[in-house]
Ligand binder design. Structure first.
Ligand code: ADP
Ligand code: MG
Length: 321
């Protein structure tokens, strides 16, 4: 059973939206929105077989696709407001589409973000979402470039869960009623939107960790012109991640991606206040180390062992200096 393009769009993706800032809604040649705020714009594409297993639950694919985009808004301290969906799929399967759109709209509602347009084409399954968020005109949002030497490196949540889930071979079979928290970490990352908007005045620089802490902390360093030292023993690892990876959990967690937690540069005097806000919002926060003046020719990230000695990370494993 297959649907025509227009039937498909109107059945699954055109929903009434009564937001007063939506001047022309989904269904015209373009949506028109009103904004007094600064608009933060981000896009992320999920390719089947690359970013998620081919036969996974359609609702989870939709929710993950939206959440990774919302995480970029959190990393900018923007409030997500609108999104578009460019959907490419091999066939128009009503059962799949029903699940996909149900998952998508459930999370869209939960995070207060409205679908205002998109595109639908035939081809290998590919989900491209673009999200627009608001930053009040008197604020600048959060960037990667504001870290200074002496700032603490702080992360939200725990690390490595999504990467461990991907290795479990069960990713494609998870139905989100089950309690497996590693698979939940992979499929339903929690964009730290509330936390970022409440804490932005306590943060010098931030990004969301999509490619692994080591690489992403490196982005803050290179864009801020600082080094960073991370204590391997300080990494927030869940018991599930420790069970999965054993003694290598820390080193695996720093190079595994998809956790979508925030990595931040926090001035030391702001840490106590951040902890207070985090407790109120029930968001775990952990100090991993600190940003330091650049010591070599380029900004770099150093991992330290429990005696404070640098650990060399290489593809063939790790070696103490
Ligand atoms: P056009 O040919 O003018 O680009 P389309 O026929 O592609 O328009 O789409 C018709 C309307 O449906 C547009 O308003 C578009 O934004 C919306 N639309 C198309 N695909 C999607 C989708 N996957 N999700 C949400 N809206 C969609
Ligand atoms: Mg048109």
């Amino acid at each position: 059973m297959s649907l025509g393009e227009f039937e498909l769009i109107s059945n699954y993706f055109l929903k009434t939206c009564n937001n007063p800032d939506l001047i022309v809604a989904n269904g015209d040649d373009a949506a028109v929105i009103r904004s007094q705020a600064h608009l933060a714009v981000a896009a992320d594409t999920l390719v089947s077989g690359v970013h998620f297993p081919e036969n996974a639950d359609a609702a989870l694919i939709a929710r993950r696709a939206l959440r990774v985009n919302l995480s970029d808004m959190a990393a900018m301290a923007a409030r997500p407001k609108w999104f578009t969906l460019s959907l490419t799929m091999p066939t128009a399967n009503p059962v799949w589409l029903e699940q996909f759109s149900r998952g998508l709209f459930a999370d869209a509602e939960r995070f207060g973000c409205h679908l205002i347009g998109g595109d639908t084409t035939k081809g290998p399954l590919n989900i491209a979402i673009q999200v627009l968020g608001e930053i009040p005109a008197d604020q600048t949002g959060l960037r990667r470039s504001g870290a200074i030497a002496g700032d603490l490196m702080v992360v939200t949540g725990t690390l490595g869960g999504a990467g461990a889930a991907l290795e479990s071979d069960l990713c494609a079979d998870w139905d989100n009623e089950s309690e497996d928290s590693l698979l939940r970490r992979y499929w339903l990352p929690e964009p730290r939107l509330e936390f970022a908007s409440h804490c932005q005045h306590l943060i010098h620089a931030a990004l969301d960790i999509s490619d692994g802490l080591l690489a992403d902390a490196g982005h803050i360093c290179s864009q801020s012109g600082v080094d960073a030292q991370i204590n391997l023993d300080c990494l927030p690892l869940s018991t599930e991640v420790m069970d999965c990876w054993g003694v290598r959990a820390g080193l695996r967690a720093i190079t595994s991606g998809d956790d979508y937690e925030l990595c931040m540069a926090v001035p030391q005097p702001c840490w106590a206040e951040m902890q207070k806000v985090a407790r109120k919002l029930d968001v775990p926060v952990t100090i991993l180390g600190e940003f330091t003046p650049v010591s070599g020719s380029l900004p770099s990230v150093t991992m330290l062992d429990n005696r404070g000695k640098p650990i060399e990370i290489s593809s063939s494993g790790y070696h103490h200096f």
